[in-house]
Write a protein that binds this ligand. Structure first.
Ligand code: IPE
Ligand code: IPE
Ligand code: MG
Length: 243
């Protein structure tokens, strides 16, 4: 969709003054499946489809960045078969994304410590990175084996290795998110009110939005509702001026 078409679509929905960067903690997959008597992996599968729908919607609205939390540094503590099924699903997702990236013009980046992932997954991530460089428009960042604390420690070590003084700018430049504006809006579905180690550095002035909806039930209308809520916030950044 061309830029003016996107703008038109956002305006039709009454969605002007959009966040540049939306981040989502894709939570509630397991509970969604359990409620239906299904294995937790079924919730993760539906959750991956919802991500696809929401990413396309964000792109169509003209949002520049969407960052999603797919697997945390703490999620390794889950039963081995659940971890295995999530990793298989990520492989499937990336394989399909590589096929459709050219068509959809979505730039896909992976944030997190990928060095411990399977060789298959690492190779798919490399291919995705290579292809992504060609697309300059909408960027989706998928956090895999990602932890906010881990990212900060890694950034500090990178600065130290380069002999850089530890400043906020140097640290920002050494994060997975280097060059990406901080999230304006962080959405957490599933009725939990915490960040669970997500974007700890970048969330300093993010607007937080919580909803009871489980991620597999999350729709484009839910995203629009979160954006409308965001538009009513007064972002003061410690000052007194309202937006
Ligand atoms: C989020 O859904 C997906 C991952 C953490 C991988 P959950 O699997 O945490 O779902 P709930 O919170 O148990 O319902
Ligand atoms: C956060 O969800 C991680 C992801 C969505 C990938 P969790 O389900 O792991 O978070 P907690 O354990 O409820 O805090
Ligand atoms: Mg959860």
């Amino acid at each position: 969709m061309r830029w003016f078409k996107r703008k038109q679509k956002a305006e039709e929905l009454g969605l002007t003054d959009l966040p540049r960067h939306i981040a989502v903690i894709m939570d509630g997959n397991g509970r969604w499946a359990t409620k239906r008597g299904l294995p937790r992996s079924a919730g993760h599968s539906v959750g991956a489809e919802v991500f696809r729908t929401i990413a396309t919607h964000c792109r169509d609205l003209g949002i520049e960045h969407l960052t999603v939390y797919a697997f945390s540094t703490e999620n390794w503590s889950r039963p081995a078969d659940e971890v295995r099924s999530i990793m298989k699903l990520l492989e499937k997702y990336l394989r399909e994304a590589i096929e459709t990236m050219e068509r959809d013009h979505i730039r896909l980046c992976i944030w997190g410590d990928t060095s411990v992932l399977s060789p298959e997954l690492q190779s798919l991530i490399r291919t995705t990175d290579d292809l992504s460089q060609n697309y300059k428009g909408f960027q989706a960042n998928i956090c895999i084996n990602y932890g906010g604390r881990d990212e900060i420690v890694r950034a500090a070590n990178l600065c130290a290795e380069k002999g850089l003084p530890i400043t906020a700018e140097a640290l920002s430049g050494a994060m997975y998110s280097a060059g990406v504006p901080d999230p304006d809006l962080i959405i957490r579905p599933s009725g939990e009110y915490r960040l669970s180690n997500f974007l700890l550095w970048q969330s300093a002035y993010a607007e937080l939005y919580f909803t009871d909806t489980l991620w597999p039930d999350f729709t484009t209308a839910d995203l629009d509702a979160a954006i409308v809520d965001y538009q009513h916030r007064s972002r003061r950044y410690g000052g007194v001026q309202s937006k």
